[in-house]
Design a protein around this ligand. Structure first.
Ligand code: ADP
Ligand code: MG
Length: 384
């Protein structure tokens, strides 16, 4: 077991890393963050911020010398970086698990090989792959294999010709072509798995997106009028199985599509997940505390959820007068949110708001699902 006051390493300085730093501090650890952005939200809270690239071996050597173990909050950390650090100190999740989750081709192939339910897809490395793709895949979504997030690096294509144009627009980057599914709704599961293979699963949440970006999570998913207990339990079961197949250690997020009552894995995130933010306010232990525990070899907490929760993301457009990224830049009137009973506001301290950028979130908790959802939607309407 790695015990306080040991120093832990975090690769990535975004909001997920920031919440990890808070959880680790609460538990008596110190944290070093590596992120090239001098204003990174996690770097601002860390005991030390290494402002360097993820492949800066001088910085990695410093991290390996100071830290007892290293984790990540960002799936695009190069697998070589994780492999390099693992020569000196424990690194969780492993380079191999992160490599599967950071590349849509590897991820989809992994799901197929392990007979985990997923939607129809084709691997696209060249235009001929697109010409040979099955007709049944259209209409489809073409997604670049690496570095896409929040709907970026994706094109919805009605036909093969549109797909060819989109592939050229992506400059021939390797892609996956996914059949556009008719979604009933989406759910996700966040879990933690330790070295011995023990899994602690948070209750699945129901996710609603706007413009390809997560907007709202209702947790547990069953608090949503249209989610059944069977779907919730099956999602948790599939996520647990996946974590085992990956030999995963740490906090993992698994996104699902629900179509015609059936579940399909959409993607996996080798880190805490946006849809698990509510675990800070609605559970005995958050997804970030679980990440600390798994990294340090402490027993995982039983993640009892004591309240129904609705989480709402706050994007950068809120900082603009017309809420669309135009007009004068000003701080939203937070007093409107603080007036809502059961609401807790979390702001990430980001340097500058841009439309679509995740700047903060709020969580409303309570005992009655309908009431919590209504309050959260009212609060969102009131702030912009
Ligand atoms: P990101 O990395 O941006 O989260 P996702 O693959 O999860 O990428 O896509 C973002 C969202 O776009 C999904 O949560 C879903 O709402 C929608 N979407 C993506 N792929 C499909 C698909 N094949 N069929 C229907 N909707 C999709
Ligand atoms: Mg996603």
């Amino acid at each position: 077991m790695i015990l306080p006051p040991a120093t832990l390493g975090m690769l990535g300085g975004g909001q997920l890393g920031r919440f990890f730093v808070s959880a680790a501090h609460e538990m008596g650890y110190k944290v070093w963050v590596l992120d090239p952005d001098p204003h990174s939200p996690a770097g601002l809270l860390a005991d030390h911020h290494l402002v360097a690239a993820y492949d800066d071996y001088v910085a990695l050597d410093a991290m390996a010398a100071e830290c007892a173990a290293v984790t990540t909050e960002f799936e695009n950390v190069p697998a070589d970086t994780l492999d390099y650090l693992a020569k000196f100190i424990p690194v969780h999740p492993s380079a191999s698990a992160v490599a599967v989750c950071q590349n849509r081709i590897a991820e989809k192939s992994f799901l197929a090989e392990n007979e985990v339910p997923h939607g129809p897809f084709a691997i696209i490395r060249c235009e001929d792959d697109l010409r040979g793709a099955a007709d049944e895949l259209f209409p489809a979504v073409l997604k670049i294999a690496r570095f896409g997030y929040d709907g970026k690096g994706q094109a919805r294509v009605a036909s093969r010709d549109e797909a060819l144009a989109a592939f050229q627009h992506f400059k021939g980057e390797p892609c996956v072509l996914e059949k556009m599914l008719k979604l009933d709704y989406e759910v996700s599961v966040v879990l933690a798995r330790d070295e011995a293979g023990t899994v602690c699963c948070f209750a699945a949440g129901e996710n609603r997106h706007r413009n390809g970006i997560l907007d709202i999570t209702v947790a547990p998913a069953q608090a949503s009028p249209f989610v059944t207990e069977a779907v919730q339990l099956r999602a948790q079961d599939i996520a647990e199985r996946l974590a085992g197949k990956l030999g995963y250690i740490g906090t993992l997020g698994v996104e699902f599509f629900v179509c015609g009552g059936e579940l399909f894995v959409n993607e996996m995130a080798p880190r805490p997940h946006n849809s698990g933010h509510h675990t800070i306010d609605a559970c005995d232990a958050s997804q970030y505390e679980q990440q600390v525990r798994a990294l340090c070899g402490l027993p995982l907490a039983l993640p009892r959820q004591h309240s129904i929760a609705v989480m709402v993301n706050l994007l950068g457009e809120l900082w603009y007068e017309d809420f669309k990224g135009h007009g004068s830049y000003r701080e939203p009137d937070w007093s409107v949110l603080h007036a809502v009973p059961g609401l807790r506001l979390h702001l990430y301290g980001k340097h500058h708001a841009r439309p679509g950028r995740k700047m903060g979130h709020f969580t409303v908790t309570g005992d009655n699902g309908d009431q919590v959802l209504a309050l959260a939607l009212q609060a969102r309407a009131a702030i912009g």
